[in-house]
Design a protein around this ligand. Sequence first.
Ligand SMILES: *Cc1c(COP(=O)(O)O)cnc(C)c1O
Length: 224
Amino acid sequence: MDNCITSNLNEVRATLPQGVALVAVSKFHPASSIETAYAAGQRLFGESHEQELAKKYEALPKDIKWHFIGHLQTNKVRYIAPYISMIEAVDSPKLLHEINKQALRNNRVIDVLLELHIAEEETKYGFPIDDCRQYLVGGEWREMSNVRIRGLMMMASNTDDARQIRREFSSALRFFEELKSTVFANVPTFDTRSWGMSHDYLLAVECGSNMVRVGTKIFGDRQY
Ligand SMILES: *Cc1c(COP(=O)(O)O)cnc(C)c1O
């Protein structure tokens, strides 16, 4: 089991070009699995449930960087605000406001990504591209001194159709580049494109991702 995690991790790493960050998605896996990956040098982990994350945060080494990758309810922000390294799936202005407020309380600046809704599934969260553009052009977010918008995050449709997945990743990339030459033209820290999971991360990297979130391919099937 331990050997598996280590070799899976090394296999994924070996396929990633330099400059692509690997978020090891450890949700629903025990702290011992994280320790194995940690021993193999992994320091960046992704979780999607506040209570599960809180337990792991307490139990595990403090030099781990935790990314919150799931849908985050505004009333949960305050629990993770003291230590979270990045909140990846900001899907509403209201959530962004709350993160700013809690970051301020903790005397921190919290890095966030805005989650786009591009996939065809209706159940996915996130800003449609037009809404995201409109919100950013509006400029209200500029007043928020304790959040730093680092880039975009999205999930492609859950399909075997590689062309469709590629189309969706490419839309996200195009929008990132648009923002980079408009709203964020003078903001070098707007630099993160988080797309790609176990089944599509190589395609994602081909389509400009520089942060992949890989769970199953490292840790095996989740124990719900
Ligand atoms: C669970 C999850 C992942 C990882 O999925 P795998 O298919 O196990 O690699 C990536 N991103 C998000 C947002 C997730 O919730």
